[in-house]
Design a protein around this ligand. Structure first.
Ligand code: NDP
Length: 298
């Protein structure tokens, strides 16, 4: 097979952002204010600074309020929690995102647990993980929810399909498996202790790779006609004369193309979905907090 479709996450995310932007005025008319997203950045990690700046820009572009809080790396745990509590109590804030990882010495879990679950737009609070596991309405981590949107756009109904999720992190693998189960897939979760991973992956109609190991999933691990979501982002060593190495996913894409029906590229696949879904979660959280119906199509 050589007709693999490249799933254009960049275009899908741009469309989603447009739809959110169009839905914001309706919320604003009903609530008398725009949805608000607060992002907290502690320290000066360069990658985190880039993410926070992109989130700010995207929030403003969607017509929402963006509240940025930058704290020094030596911020005390109690002061960070106090800020989160202040944001919990602020009615103009619908979503709270504390950019991870936090500098050493700060307890990430305790900080996430301090966030009001109804404002937890990253979906990392145990209450949201529990709601998702119970099949209830939940704020869901952005990357897996974005991955599910791409899968549904590609395949339509996922019911009855065999899905293999490689990776079991709280951020990606576990919520991904729950979302696929919610779509009536038969879900297998694989991880570093899985025996004969290639054979497990070969059974899958849907493969989601969220491992963080460059091009680990080989072309001949994939069943003909499978649909592959490559969540991994790995930077290879630079080629001679180059300053930075290429970005690749967890799947050996060019080999995979001979087998699969469709695959997300890296970059330009799942990556752009994350911020778009963050905006979606903020709009959905804002509507729920105002007692409004979930905006149509979200
Ligand atoms: P984690 O490191 O938290 O989890 C990695 C998972 O992969 C673990 O469950 C681990 O298993 C499993 N694993 C490790 N080695 C193997 C192996 N040899 N075979 C099978 N499974 C293995 O990573 P994340 O879930 O946070 O992220 C995964 C990837 O996705 C990374 O490349 C990250 O950069 C990317 N990512 C991309 C995002 C985006 O596009 N916006 C957002 C978030 C992540 P075990 O539990 O047994 O240790």
């Amino acid at each position: 097979m050589t007709t693999a479709h490249i799933i254009d996450g960049k275009a899908f995310a741009a469309g989603l952002r447009e739809r959110i932007k169009s839905a914001v005025p309706t919320f604003q008319n009903q609530a008398g204010r725009a949805p608000g997203l607060a992002v907290v950045l502690v320290g000066e990690d360069p990658a985190s600074q880039v993410y926070v700046a992109s989130k700010h820009k995207a929030t403003i572009a969607a017509g929402m309020e963006s509240f940025e809080h930058r704290l020094p790396a030596d911020t005390a745990q109690a002061d960070l929690i106090a800020l989160v509590e202040k944001l919990n109590a602020d009615d103009t804030v619908d979503g709270i995102l504390v950019q991870l990882p936090l500098p050493e010495g700060l307890d990430e879990k305790a900080v996430v647990m301090a966030i009001d679950p109804d404002k937890d737009v990253d979906g990392l609070h145990v209450i949201n993980a529990g709601r998702l596991a119970n099949g209830e309405e939940a704020l869901t981590p952005c990357t897996p929810l974005g991955s599910l949107m791409l899968l549904k756009d590609t395949l339509g109904d996922l019911s009855g399909l065999n899905a293999v999720v490689v990776g079991r992190s709280i951020l990606v693998g576990k919520p991904m498996a729950q979302l696929l189960l919610g779509e009536n897939c038969t879900v297998t979760m694989a991880h570093s202790r899985t025996k004969d991973l290639p054979e497990v992956v070969r059974r899958a109609d849907i493969v989601v790779a969220a491992v963080g190991r460059a091009e680990m999933v080989k072309g001949d691990w994939l069943k003909d006609g499978a649909v592959v979501i490559d969540v991994g982002i790995n930077r290879l060593d630079p080629e001679p004369g180059k300053e930075r190495g290429r970005l690749v996913g967890d799947v050996a894409t060019s080999e995979a193309m001979d087998h699969v029906r469709a695959i997300t590229p890296v970059p330009g696949g799942v990556g752009p979905m994350t911020i778009a879904v963050l905006l979606r979660n903020t709009l959905v959280a804002a509507s729920a907090r105002e007692g409004l119906e979930k905006p149509e199509g979200f």
